[in-house]
Design a protein around this ligand. Structure first.
Ligand code: UD1
Ligand code: CA
Length: 456
């Protein structure tokens, strides 16, 4: 039988104090709501419905690649009301529906599978994912009867003093039998501190009707909810730790996991060594035996085997094997750097290809250029790619030698094996095997200092 889930994501998240809908905040590079959706999918839940309301368009846009169903909750009247809004989605379905909160990004596939299994094997009509924590704070409390069975959930704001002392809490994640869920939702009211229709009240209603309600206990780290920026940072810390452990288990050496920031979709090959202060973002792939010395930001890029890089920024680019980068290099989008190349200190490369074994060692800007292999760029080369209106292209062949402090005024072409004298401003094509010199010839005026009265 197919499995289905509802994710509640219509709330505004006032405590985030943000213009962004709460569930669109990212944890290790991925929106919280997408973490939850992706976990559902890996746990083989095919039909996923997301209840949206506040910031609906943004949430829809941010999740549309995931091919899910949406229900709309126009007015946020509580979590129970949110599930009522998924009525259309539930209509005609039977069996189990899993319900999750969009602000609980740390849930894992393993737990989802185990919870579904526990719910179905135990013949429960509802199963709550619970956790026992030392500081139950603002979570709903699990209240048990004298036989130790779950009796109801009481929201933090509605708790008596005794109930506040309970440290078994509701994660906001559940399994329900669809039929009983729908009938219990009909019986909800909003006679409570927040005047909301609480989904949590469905538990007490089912128990009162004599149905079996289960509780499935998981470690707190998996159910941590994010309601504020402080909790967002806490969730990131937990997720970051998990990601770093996964890479270390795969053979990556991380010198200091506490100061290494790797987004959840980044891939890293074995025997790559990562020093502190590296920020690896988006869909970056770093292959084997690379050395990431301290302080790089690498976004949506591919680094082939054996690269070494230090204190640099690489955005949406590809770097070939055994190339060295930095310190203080800036490789901007759509650049492709060859193998065994060198991109040295204070070098900026923008939307350019650089061939194998080419060295751009210091203080150079290369933009909108195609550079061949085996070239050498002297210190302080500038590709003058912009005339104030348009960008133009520079083409440089193989084995060219570009002297220090050269300007290459685009569009311009330098052919294979050509040399350019230091200090040249090149505006015309340089033929193969030629030396181009484009600077004023030096003139010495003898005794000028004395004659002009500048001597000290
Ligand atoms: C909820 C639970 C609480 C539990 C906690 C776990 C209820 C009444 N309380 O409280 O027992 O300990 O989660 O994190 O369910 N939402 C809607 N529509 C609404 C209200 C909320 O879609 O009208 C969504 C929110 O976007 C959010 C989720 O439901 O993703 C939880 O809402 P939130 O207001 O954060 O509930 P809590 O007070 O944290
Ligand atoms: Ca919450």
């Amino acid at each position: 039988m197919y499995k289905c889930a509802i994710i509640l994501a219509a709330g505004e998240g006032k405590r985030m104090n943000s213009n962004l809908p709460k569930v669109m905040h990212k944890v290790c590079g991925k929106e919280m709501i997408n973490h939850v959706i992706d976990v559902m999918r890996t746990a083989d839940i095919e039909m996923v419905d997301v209840v949206i309301g506040k910031g609906a368009e943004e949430v829809r846009k941010g999740t549309e690649s995931r091919n899910i169903n949406y229900s709309i909750q126009e007015e946020q009247l509580g979590t129970g009301h949110a599930v009522m809004c998924a009525n259309e989605f539930l209509k005609g379905k039977s069996g189990t529906v899993a319900i999750f909160v969009g602000d609980g990004p740390l849930i894992t596939e393993n737990t989802v599978r185990k919870m579904l299994d526990f719910h179905e094997k135990g013949d429960f009509k509802a199963t709550i994912l619970t956790s026992t924590i030392s500081d139950p704070a603002k979570y709903g409390r699990i209240i048990r009867n004298e036989n130790g069975e779950v009796k109801k959930i009481v929201e933090f704001k509605d708790c008596s003093e005794d109930e506040l002392l309970v440290n078994e809490i509701n994660s906001g994640m559940y399994c329900f039998n669809i039929e009983e869920l729908l009938s219990s939702l009909d019986k909800l009211n909003n006679n409570n501190a927040q005047e909301e229709y609480y989904l949590t009240d469905a538990i007490g209603i089912l128990k009162n009707q004599g149905f079996k309600v289960g509780a499935f206990d998981v470690p707190a780290g998996e159910i941590t909810a994010v309601n504020s920026k402080v909790e967002l940072a806490h969730a990131q810390e937990i997720m970051r730790k998990r990601i770093n452990i996964k890479h270390m288990e795969n053979g990556v050496t991380i010198i200091d996991p506490n100061s290494t920031y790797i987004d959840c979709e980044v891939e890293i090959g074995k025997d790559t060594v990562i020093y502190p202060g590296n920020v690896l973002e988006g869909t970056t792939i770093i292959k084997e035996e690379c050395i990431l010395y301290p302080n790089n930001r690498i976004y949506n890029s591919i680094l082939e085997n054996g690269i070494s890089i230090q204190t640099s920024v690489v955005l949406e680019s590809v770097i070939g094997e055994k190339t060295t980068v930095g310190p203080y290099a800036y490789i901007r989008p759509e650049s492709v750097i060859g193998k065994r190349a060198r991109i040295g200190d204070f070098v900026e490369i923008k939307k350019s290809t650089i061939g194998d074994n080419t060295k751009v060692s210091h203080l150079t800007y290369i933009g909108d250029a195609e550079v061949g292999s085996g070239c050498n760029f002297g210190c302080g080369t500038v590709v003058v790619n912009y005339d104030g209106k348009s960008k133009y292209k520079t083409i440089i062949g193989n084995n060219a030698f570009i002297g220090c402090n050269t300007n290459l005024v685009s569009p311009v072409k330098v052919n294979d094996n050509a040399y350019i004298a230091a200090g040249s401003t090149i505006t015309n094509e340089v033929p193969k095997d030629a030396l181009a010199i484009a600077r004023a010839r030096q003139r010495n005026i003898e005794n000028w200092v004395v004659k002009s009265g500048h001597s000290k």
